[in-house]
Every structure is written in C-alpha cells, then in structure tokens.
Design a protein around this ligand. Structure first.
Ligand code: HGY
Ligand code: MN
Ligand code: MN
Length: 400
C-alpha cells in the first residue's frame, strides 16, 4: 500500500531542515520547527486535507468528514544535535499511511487527523510534551512565561509565529478523537538484539522533570579556607552522584542530570550558585523514587549549608496504553509479516497525553540502531517502510 520511494524522499527532505550531515537541530518553537510544519502541511494540503496550526503551534491535517477522528502522528522537533528519526519518522509514516489509504481510494468512515506535535523535547524551555499537553489540558501552570537561555518566553515564541501567546487556547476535548496512534523509533537496543523490525508499546515510563537551584556562597578561591566555604557546585556534584546511586538501587529506574550551569563560573571563584536538571523515570513507583531523590537534595543542602530549591517541570505518571489499540497494532504488524513483541517505552512520548486524557492510544515501535538523541540514530528504510505499512493497515481497520 505505501509508496516506499515517497517515504524515502521525505525522510531526506525533512532531515535537511535544521540538519547537518546525519545530525538534526530543530528545537521546539524554533524557525526550523516551523519550516518542518510548512513542509508537512504542504504534503497534506496537496491531498486535500484541511491543514491548520493551533495556538500551541501543533500542526493538524484533517481528512474525511465530521465526527470523532483517528489522530495519528508524532513530534516535529528534535533535541540539539539529535538524530533524523526521533519524532520525524512518526510524522512521516503518518502522512505516508494516510496518503496510501487515499491512493487506494479507501472510503473513510471516520476522519483522520495527522498531527505534528510542537516541542515534544522541551529542549529550549524545559517542559517536554508541550504541544500535546496543550491540546489535552495537561500544561503546567504559568508555562507561557517560561524562558529559554536567550530570555525568550514561550508566549514570545508563539507570538513570533502569529499566535496569541497562550498555548492553553489549543485545548481540545478528548471526545474529538476516537483513538490516537503514534509510530516512533524504539531508541533503545531491544528490537535490534531480538532481530525484530517492529514492537508494540504496552506502557510508557513515568517521568519527573525538574530544575534544581543550589545557592551557596561565591568567594575567593585562594583566600577562602575549605572550612569556610558553601560551594554550590560541590553540593550539586554530591546530589548528582546520589541520583545515580538511587536510580541504580531500583530495578526499572533511570536518573539523569543532563544540564548544569555554574555561577559566576570562573576558575578562581568558589561557585556561588549551581542550576541543574533532574530527569527521573521508572515503569513503577515513580513517586517514592522522586521522594528519595528530593530527600537527598535536602540532606546534602543541610550538611553543606547551602539552599536548595526545586522547580518542577513535568510529572507524568506511568501510562498504560489501550489493550484494544495494542491488539490492532499487533494484528497490523502480523499482516506485514512481523510478530511484534509488546514492550515498555523508556522514552517519554506525546502519546502519554491523549492516553491520560482518556483517548484510546497505541504506539508502534520501529527498530532503531546507533542509540538516540544523537546523530548516529538510525532506522533502515526497510524497517521504516514496514512500520508505515503496518500503520496504514491499523489506520484502515480503525477508519473503515
Ligand atoms: O526524553 C524523552 O524521553 C523524549 O525523547 N522526549
Ligand atoms: Mn526524543
Ligand atoms: Mn521522540
């Protein structure tokens, strides 16, 4: 059903937006992400879809009549210096699957909406799953005022696109959607190790994101004896190692500090302030894990006579996906010759927001190699085409 050549061409076209070699930097709410929306919107409009961008900069292309739509897509943004397939492949396969159904002159009993979510990674403003959270009413309070390193707020970035600066205006009712499907690269090694091209996601890990600020006492690095210091970076370093120890002590948990900034940041000044990110995930008991990490922050702050403050950015519970949709996806994978295993996603995905809003949601994984969130991320064209074909089969079942 799908047109393999069209998919291959489009993988290349989209990767060139914000791309350099096999690396892609297409940050959320950036000009590059908008270029991606323009490209994707052009493909959809050329097939007669009603294309629109919402107040949170999500792109929708609707085909078919009135009523609850099958929503299918993924995110258009990337992490800095990321790969060509994370998010992008899900959007490209969604477009390809819909075009395949149109090419086959399928009668659509339900409308289909293709979506390219805005700012899933939260790379600029810190809050991930932004676009889908806006549509399903799960945005953290005050989010439009959050600023990137250049001091640009989410509201400013949206207004620069001609939107009104309030992402909450993108809110839609869950009842507008009969189901949500998302194809995504696995981003881990399991399908590759198993030698299987496709997987079906049974659940997505719970995720906690926060920004921790440690305030100590800047001072002269030479004239300040060790016993008279309140070194913010030394305290942060102890916390980073505590995060690693606590994550290692829990099966199914991971803990990462991926961003850190030191002020004033000079070799001969005792660090007065340190700001760092927290990314905690587990497929069960997320809250006790968070509790233990925050207790470690408190303990270290007390012992080292520094102040610690926590700015929570996201708290998404473990999200089980819909059994019926999972069955549709397993059957569709079987149709293309793959006995797809069920597997839990260690990566977070936009799918968590429709699922938590009550929309029957499923995800199809495509084998990827070379890790993820880096230029070596790779999905073969064979596997991408298999994924697109399975997605088209699943869509056909859900709309016919
Ligand atoms: O961080 C994640 O899991 C996703 O790539 N945003
Ligand atoms: Mn990602
Ligand atoms: Mn992704």
């Amino acid at each position: 059903m799908i047109d393999r050549g069209r998919l291959e061409r489009r993988i290349g076209e989209l990767a060139r937006i914000g791309g350099s070699g096999t690396s892609v930097s297409r940050l959320g709410l950036s000009a590059e992400e908008q270029q991606a929306r323009d490209l994707i919107g052009g493909w959809l409009a050329a097939r007669g879809a009603v294309v629109r961008r919402d107040a949170a900069a999500n792109l929708f292309g609707r085909t078919g009549g009135v009523g609850a739509a099958v929503l299918v897509g993924s995110h258009a943004d990337s992490v800095p210096d990321g790969g060509r397939f994370d998010g992008a492949l899900g959007v490209l396969c969604a477009v390809e699957a819909v075009e395949a159904l149109l090419d086959a002159k399928m009668s659509l009993r339900r409308p289909i909406e293709v979506v390219a979510w805005a700012d899933e990674e939260g790379a600029r403003f810190g809050v991930g799953l932004f676009g889908s959270a806006a549509v399903f009413g799960r945005l953290p309070a005050g989010i439009a005022d959050r600023r990137d390193r250049a001091g640009v707020s989410i509201a400013d970035a949206l207004r620069a696109f001609g939107e009104r600066g309030d992402p909450a205006l993108a809110r839609r009712g869950a009842k507008e959607f009969a189901s949500y499907l998302e194809l995504h690269i696995e981003q881990g090694p399991r399908l590759e190790k198993a030698g299987i091209a496709l997987g079906v996601v049974d659940a997505i890990v719970g995720i906690y994101h926060a920004r921790v600020t440690i305030r100590g006492q800047a001072d002269h690095a030479g004239a300040t004896v060790m016993t008279a210091r309140a070194d913010a970076l030394a305290a942060a370093s102890e916390i980073v190692l505590a995060v690693e120890r606590l994550a290692r002590s829990r099966p199914d948990a991971v803990g990462t500090v991926g961003e850190i900034a030191v002020r004033p940041g000079a070799k001969n000044v005792v660090p007065g302030e340190c700001v760092f990110s927290l990314d905690l995930r587990t497929s069960r008991d997320l809250d006790p894990f968070i509790h233990d990490v925050l207790a470690a922050v408190e303990r270290v702050a007390h012992e080292r006579h520094v102040q610690a403050s926590i700015d929570e950015l996201a708290h998404v519970p473990v999200t089980t996906l819909d059994p019926k949709i999972r069955e549709v996806l397993r059957r569709a994978a079987k149709t293309v010759g793959v006995d797809a295993p069920e597997m839990t996603s260690g990566a977070g995905h936009d799918a968590q927001n429709p699922a938590l809003a009550g929309v029957p949601t499923g995800m199809l994984f495509v084998r990827s190699t070379g890790g993820s969130h880096k230029p070596s991320e790779l999905a073969s064209l064979d596997d991408a085409a298999l994924g697109a074909e399975a997605l088209a089969v699943a869509l056909r079942e859900l709309v016919s």
